[in-house]
Design a protein around this ligand. Structure first.
Ligand SMILES: C[S@@+](CC[C@H](N)C(=O)[O-])C[C@H]1O[C@@H](n2cnc3c(N)ncnc32)[C@H](O)[C@@H]1O
Length: 284
């Protein structure tokens, strides 16, 4: 794949192949425990059937790819695409260890990769579609891979940060140890780029999709024991990104988060609310 600085998603390719990709790769099991139920909800909406061919966009370490592969069965196939070499390494190792024969893991940019045209039944993504530099171009490219008329899509993406206390509360608490930040560009590639459902509908409409719907889904996230939840907040999401630039703040932020997150423990586990869109559409 094009790793050059001039490729359209060069920043994201660098980001997901450096520390972020390695962090995801090393903590995938714990992440799956947190967001697994949300992904399964979106997969139930997609409802892959035996024999279908599905693209898993931004498949990461392959958790959802394996679940789709199970659902489409040996007569179906999953093309799982990602730009992160360290995450794909985990996925490929798991596929080999578990003798999964109906998934192909592809290191490529979903915005530009030349998929076999008009040959897939469905597109799916668990939080892997908010990072495109040019989302309309990306979804035009992905649409072309779908079978005309019947090809469908379902993905899950975050609603705004303020509706996601599991990320907003730790971020707010941590800010006392960090320099004030310019407000982030809400349209820039990143976890909240698809927070505005109307924007997502416009993007998909411009890319040639029809029957577009975004359904709000709220779910409590189990963040693990207090020490696990603190570690998670300092390594992932907007706070994780900020702390990469300000490593001196990690220790005081962790101290603060121990106090803040302790207020959200029930039955020994930190639990906080999250909010997503489950987006569906069809190749018009
Ligand atoms: C938040 S992670 C989600 C990973 C996985 N879907 C999961 O739920 O565990 C986002 C993923 O999207 C991938 N990604 C970002 N931009 C991409 C692009 N242009 N093409 C393919 N994958 C991309 C990243 O490398 C990363 O693995």
């Amino acid at each position: 794949m094009d790793q050059s600085p001039t490729s359209p998603n060069a920043d994201q390719i660098t980001y997901w192949n450096a520390r972020a990709g390695n962090t995801w790769a090393s903590m995938q099991k714990r992440l799956d425990a947190q967001i697994g139920a949300i992904g399964l909800r979106a997969l139930d909406v997609l409802a892959p059937r035996a024999g279908e061919c599905v693209i898993d966009i931004g498949c990461g370490c392959g958790t959802t790819s394996f679940e789709i592969a199970r659902r489409v069965g040996p007569s179906g196939h999953v093309t799982a695409i990602d730009i992160s070499q360290p995450m794909l390494e985990v996925a490929r190792r798991d596929a080999e260890q578990n003798h999964v024969g109906n998934v192909s893991f592809l290191e490529a940019d979903a915005q530009t990769y030349s998929f076999e045209p008009a040959s897939y039944d469905a597109l799916f993504s668990r939080f892997g579609v908010m990072f495109f530099a040019d989302p309309v171009t990306a979804f035009k490219n992905l649409r072309a891979a779908l079978k005309p008329q019947s090809g469908r899509l379902a993905f899950v993406c975050w609603r705004p940060l303020k509706e996601n206390p599991w990320m907003a509360v730790p971020l707010k608490a941590a800010m006392q140890h960090l320099p004030p930040q310019e407000p982030a560009d809400p349209l820039a590639p990143g976890p909240y780029a698809f927070a505005d459902a109307e924007r997502v509908k416009r993007i998909l409409g411009q890319a040639g999709f029809g029957e577009i719907a975004a359904t709000a889904h709220d779910q409590q996230v189990e963040m693990g024991r207090l020490d696990q939840a603190v570690e998670h907040c300092t390594r992932f999401g907007p706070l994780g990104r900020l702390l990469l630039e300000h490593p001196d703040a990690v220790a005081p932020v962790m101290q603060t988060l121990h106090k803040t997150l302790a207020e959200h423990i029930s039955d020994g586990v930190v639990r906080m609310d999250s909010a997503v869109w489950i987006v569906t559409a069809r190749r018009a």
